[in-house]
Design a protein around this ligand. Structure first.
Ligand SMILES: C[S@@+](CC[C@H](N)C(=O)[O-])C[C@H]1O[C@@H](n2cnc3c(N)ncnc32)[C@H](O)[C@@H]1O
Length: 192
């Protein structure tokens, strides 16, 4: 069970690293950042400004302790994305790894463009349904376990339709399969 959450954390880290290597953003926001989502793998020579956002103050404090000194500008933002857009200056890239499942997708996509610079991108990592594994990996943090109650799968076609209607286009998509049996959909959308 521990290896399941480790595998998921590794996946988040490599997905974030892949996103930054491919897009080379100077400003990056990580939504649902928890302890960092792999920020230690992000090149500070590329990314000058990081917005780390979570609605859990304990995670945000941990993330700040770990990463605040690693970037020229590090902005911890305590915010509940279900309550509307955060008050941040637009960024070139948003990474939303395993957080959309806890939000109203329509509402989130409704304000997403306003958080991005022209031509900006948003990368999503979504958990795919499985007949055999639980939705949320076992975690030492009880607040994560409690999240199970509000988790709902996001259908990739429905997400695509909503984003295309909002002026985004998909520039990359992929699938990850972990040894635990869980599978994930990875996609980057660009504001056109
Ligand atoms: C299941 S975790 C995803 C994996 C997590 N990023 C990690 O590294 O373990 C979801 C993350 O999103 C955050 N989150 C969930 N709902 C949120 C919301 N409405 N606004 C902001 N953050 C939220 C949680 O606090 C948690 O850190």
């Amino acid at each position: 069970m521990a290896s399941e959450s480790v595998g998921q954390a590794r996946l988040l880290g490599s997905a974030l690293q892949r996103t930054v290597r491919q897009l080379c953003p100077r400003s990056l926001a990580v939504f649902g950042v928890a302890g960092g989502n792999g920020l230690e793998l992000v090149e500070r020579a590329t990314v000058r400004r990081v917005v780390a956002l979570d609605f859990n103050p304990d995670y945000l404090a941990l993330c700040t302790r770990r990463h605040a000194t690693s970037f020229d500008r590090f902005e911890p933002v305590l915010h509940d994305l279900s309550q509307g857009p955060p008050a941040i200056a637009p960024v070139e890239c948003i990474f939303a790894g395993l957080v959309l499942e806890y939000l109203c997708v329509e509402s989130f996509c409704g304000y997403l463009a306003a958080l991005l610079t022209p031509g900006g991108t948003c990368t999503f990592l979504l958990q795919l349904p499985s007949a055999t594994v639980s939705v949320v990996s076992p975690s030492p943090f009880t607040s994560i376990t409690r999240l199970t109650a509000v988790f709902s799968f996001v259908h990739q076609t429905a997400l695509n339709d909503i984003l295309v209607a909002r002026g985004f286009s998909c520039i990359l998509s992929d699938r990850y399969d972990l040894d635990s049996g869980k599978s994930f959909y990875y996609a980057t959308y660009q504001l056109t």
